[in-house]
Ligand binder design. Structure first.
Ligand code: PEP
Ligand code: MG
Length: 748
């Protein structure tokens, strides 16, 4: 096969398509396909290897190699030349296979007789399904044209596999999207959910990979590209001229939509016999494979743009919009590559669970999911390619594991676990109106953390005594532009109304680091977590902070008001922020507006430095709340967003508990009320230890109040403290083991 012309290629694709229409079983069809390819390409061998599981490729059909090796020869990903093609997603073309690096001799196949080897990945949308190989006796390198022709054939095979064309009773051949898959991701919001997949962006299905009339396909492509260009232009006209970032993305879209090389590649694919949509998808697959290997974040973003654009083009060509007519299941589990907080809020509480391919624990979507108490698993690799709308799915938010199309035994075990959790919830609900009093008579106050209107009903249902942390930035994050003061007044008033006299601590805008407002100019920072964030932004650009404080005073309108500043690192910052509040109070007074009946101004202790601040700071602060999430990340120098390190240091590490103890002591000396409002306050064992160190107010997710109260009511804090002190005296690094022993005894 010195040359595979366009007409040969089209002929071959048509013959492949005919096998699809035939009534043959999956294996017979595969056998026939290898025959056709070998014949058309003039090679002695053609073999198809498909993934049997995530790591193993299996020889599923061959023309030319020993038949008895079919379904017997297996390779790990990366192993041998075939395994390397699968691993890298790139073709291997060599005239002397046995001496090529990585060659693995498989005696059962008889392939030592063949010198030249060409293997290309069988890929669909960046997912490698297998490897297509041709081999010849004659030692020669295949021409670029031949490599290209084989890639086009591989594309058609990928589409056929997607359509279930190779499914049969034979070992190793199972329909895609039918077998159970377990995906291990990371925990972003605990809880368990069972339901059915609802794809945020349903995948496009190409039912006609091969086309008879290239001219007609080229015309379709042309028309679709024109529609795409018009859409992008309209989108560009619609965005605000000042919205630089969105404009940039759309300009990039426009650039791609007009890109000659992109278009030329798609046209070449069509001339080889692919339908317009299969050709677009082939280029998209290639771009996704490149994406996986590009380390440069800027380039990756651009490739993402191209991917998005290809999706749009595919939807135009196939007529499959986002509105596919599919009904959202009654128990939807949202599956997406990523999702913005606004979009998530649109779905609201209708979702049972969320699974994302990307995302991060501190992402806005995660914050919203947490506020809505919807189990969320992130970093679930390949979930959007594996899942289909309506698939049965289990989300184990406690372990960060997702079971797609689970087997019966897994479903049963999962349901048992959910039933146990529901049983526990019932027990907790029974405690709702009971006080959090320990066995030795210490009374604790349990507040809840909030930030969205959707949180407010939890004030009643959870048994929280108040809102210990209202994260005001969530209202800013879910909007497309800066909210006006009047809007904020409305929001805060509704919060105070819902609280019905219970204390609400409003934390002023905590932005920066991972919380980026889409409408605020972003500053490039080498290390945003240590950068321009929270009170630092508030003091440098006091306009927004003043506006927010005014809104809070007006919302209170004569009722008590508690304001807290985030991320205070030294006394001066607190003094300056407090001055702003006091000045605004004076302004409101001058305007004749009613002032808060009582005003408390507090600080979050989130940096170790503040624990060592001058005594005057502790005297001045009306209250202090430990923001354990940030405090811990700076204390242990371990980024809370970084999966590699964020769980490395135990909260019950004696050094951290000693820091908490010191803060308790300093607050006691000045009579400053102290609380703890990081995520750890909602973990029962950690909460009990904080109580043992002297903390008397804990603020947590509403769902944690029951479990925390349940445990606190069983413990004797003196006993717990004695165990902590003994472990410290023993030189132990973490007191967890000692504490767990005491708790096991207390629980009987
Ligand atoms: C904290 O840091 O502990 C905290 C409560 O604030 P956030 O999680 O919003 O940074
Ligand atoms: Mg914080």
């Amino acid at each position: 096969m010195d040359h595979v012309g366009e007409s040969d290629s089209r002929k071959l694709l048509r013959r492949l398509r005919d096998t699809l229409a035939s009534a043959e079983a999956g294996q017979a069809r595969l056998d026939r396909i290898t025959e056709l390819i070998a014949e058309s390409m003039g090679t002695e061998v053609c073999s198809i290897y498909l993934f049997r599981d995530r790591d193993t490729l299996e020889l599923c059909a061959t023309q030319g190699l020993e038949r008895q090796a079919v379904h017997k020869t297996r390779l790990r990903i990366g192993e041998g030349l075939v395994g390397r093609v699968a691993k890298t997603g790139k073709p291997i073309n060599t005239e002397d296979a046995p001496s090529a690096p990585g060659f693995r001799y498989m005696p059962e196949t008889g392939e030592e007789r063949y010198s030249s080897f060409l293997g290309v990945p069988i890929q669909r949308l960046g997912e490698t399904l297998g490897v297509l190989v041709v081999q010849s006796r004659e030692a020669r390198r295949y021409s670029d044209d031949e490599v290209y022709a084989l890639e086009v054939v591989a594309m058609v095979l990928a589409e056929m596999a997607e359509l279930g064309a190779f499914v049969g009773d034979d070992a190793g051949l199972s329909a895609p999207h039918k077998h159970p898959v377990m995906i291990r991701g990371s925990v972003a919001q605990e809880g368990n959910a069972e339901g059915h997949v609802w794809l945020h962006e349903p995948r496009v299905v190409v039912t006609n990979p091969v086309a008879d009339d290239p001219e007609a396909e080229l015309a379709r492509l042309n028309e679709a590209l024109e529609t795409l260009r018009v859409t992008v232009d309209q989108m560009l006209e619609a965005v605000d001229a000042t919205d630089k970032e969105q404009r940039e993305v759309l300009e990039a879209y426009r650039l791609f939509a007009n890109s000659r090389s992109w278009r030329r590649r798609i046209e070449d694919d069509i001339r080889r016999g692919l339908s317009a949509e299969a050709a677009v998808e082939k280029e998209q697959s290639a771009a996704r494979a490149r994406l996986a290997q590009v380390p440069d974040p800027y380039l990756r973003e651009r490739l993402h743009d191209l991917d998005d654009l290809s999706n749009r083009l595919l939807r135009i060509l196939t007529g499959q919009g986002r509105e596919t007519g599919a009904q959202m299941p009654a128990d939807p589990i949202l599956v997406a590559r990523n999702i913005g907080p606004g979009e998530l809020l649109d779905y609201g509480r209708s979702l049972r669970g969320i699974v994302l391919e990307q995302g991060s624990v501190g992402s806005h979507a995660a914050i919203v999911a947490r506020a809505l108490a919807i189990p969320l698993v992130i970093h679930a690799e390949n979930i959007t390619t594996e899942a289909l709308n309506g698939d049965h799915i289990l989300v184990d938010g406690d372990e960060g594991v997702v079971h797609l199309r689970p087997e019966e035994a897994v479903v049963q075990a999962f349901r048992d676990k959910m039933a146990m959790a529901a049983e526990a919830q019932k027990r907790y609900a029974g405690l709702r109106d009971q006080p959090a009093v320990t066995r030795d008579g210490v009374r604790l106050r349990l507040d809840m953390n909030a930030g969205l209107m959707a949180d407010l009903p939890s004030l009643k249902s959870s048994g929280a005594e108040g809102v210990g942390l209202f994260r005001t930035e969530l209202q800013f994050l879910v909007r497309a532009k800066m909210p006006r003061r009047s809007e904020l007044v409305q929001i805060y008033r509704r919060v105070l109304d819902a609280a019905d006299g219970r204390r609400v601590v409003f934390r002023t805008l905590d932005i920066g680091s991972d919380k980026v407002l889409p409408y605020m100019r972003q500053v490039e920072e080498p290390n945003p977590a240590l950068g321009w964030r929270a009170i630092r932004v508030g003091l440098d650009k006091p306009g927004v902070m003043r506006m927010q404080v005014q809104a809070l005073i007006r919302a209170a309108w004569g009722r008590p008001l508690s304001v807290m500043f985030p991320f205070v690192a030294q006394m001066d910052e607190f003094v300056a922020a407090r001055d702003i509040v006091l000045r605004e109070i004076e302004r409101e007074r001058a305007l004749g507006h009613p002032l808060p009946e009582k005003l408390e101004i507090g600080a979050m202790l989130e940096t170790p430095s503040l624990a060592f601040a001058p005594r005057h700071f502790f005297e001045m602060a009306d209250f202090i709340s430990i923001g354990g999430n940030d405090l811990k990340q700076f204390f242990f120098a371990a980024d809370r967003e970084n999966e590699l390190v964020r769980r490395r240091y135990d909260t019950l590490n004696i050094s951290f508990l000693s820091l908490v103890e010191m803060i308790v002591k300093r607050c006691e000396e000045t009579g400053t009320p102290l609380s703890f409002c990081g995520e750890d306050a909602g973990r029962p064992v950690e909460a009990a230890c904080f109580a043992a160190m002297g903390i008397r107010t804990l603020s947590m997710r509403p769902a944690s109040i029951g479990p925390v109260k349940h445990l606190l009511r069983q413990v004797d804090l003196r006993e717990l403290r004695a165990a902590i002190d003994a472990a410290r005296a023993n030189g132990e690094q973490s007191v967890r083991r000692a504490v767990m022993e005491v708790l096991a005894r207390a629980r009987g």
